[in-house]
Ligand binder design. Sequence first.
Ligand code: CP
Length: 361
Amino acid sequence: MNHLFDWHVLDDSVWAAHIAAALRHYRAGKTWTPAAPSRSLALLFFNPSLRTRTSMELAGAQLGAHVTTITPGQGTWGFAWEDGKVMDGTEAEHIREAVGVLSRYYDALGVRVFASGTDYAQDRDETLMRAILDAATVPVVNLESAFYHPCQALGDASTLMTHFDGAAKGKKFVLTWTYHPKALPMAVPNSALLMAARLGMQVTVARPDGYGLDPGVMDQAQHYAARHGLTVEESTDQAAAFDDADVIYAKAWGGPLIYQDPDAEAARRQDFKDWRVTSELMARTNEAAFMHCLPVRRGVVVDDAVLDGPQAIHLLQAEFRLHAQKAILEHVWDLNPREEERVSGRLSASLFAPAHAEDGA
Ligand code: CP
């Protein structure tokens, strides 16, 4: 089955084909190409969403599929997740039956289920998303799980390839932590980091002490970077990290600290309220594009002048969610002319070629 759990478990050729397909949909604009008129898609959102929900509904509709969106707990039964649980409490249905039933009705499922924020091993191991994958008998698309947001990653990669006219490789990409009143999950920063490193960009993660990302994710990013002869840098000096950047990708995250001592993390976070993207910081860059996955808190994460200025590409980034997810649905339903797209452009040929011959494959 063509699950989309995360890109790092899929081949470069699949990743490149998806970027090519997303760009194809971008060039086509708001077209309705009913390649999937007899398909159906159920979207389960265990957590809130604006972009993912609407763009996925529209992606399905524009391909001609029937789409049902479900908000568990609102009009459905409450679901139990644990194996072996004696369900004598409030939960009336186990996720195994819920997903098993939906698999018999629908041709694919999309699921958003965020990190617990309390159990690091559960989140790192993607226990909840894996329970869905285990129970499903149709393809599942990850609409943001504990550690990964592959739909965002594909949209972001396609945005960058458009912004740089196919030449994202070698550009300086700064993933900068920002202050936020809440300790947010790490799925987006993890996915942005892996995406940029896989594209061969020079990646710097700027973040305060204690806000490093998961070591396993960093290792995977270093692996991608090494294929291009690069190293992912980390810096606790936000201003210095902005120097000569071509892309500033802002994101707040709680980091592993929230799992160890949430009160200490909350107190520590107050020391970093000045980690906000300002015009002054942007002036240090190489006229960098400003990116954010959205939603974004104005005046907290980034100043209005940056969001409303000419360097902000966050709305193009959001638009690409629709194009990317049409590419993903084509993939899960085997509608994508992937062979054609592998050879269709400069992307697949150039994206993954090592920067130097000695770097190897
Ligand atoms: N970026 C993103 O996933 O947005 P939503 O949470 O609104 O879906």
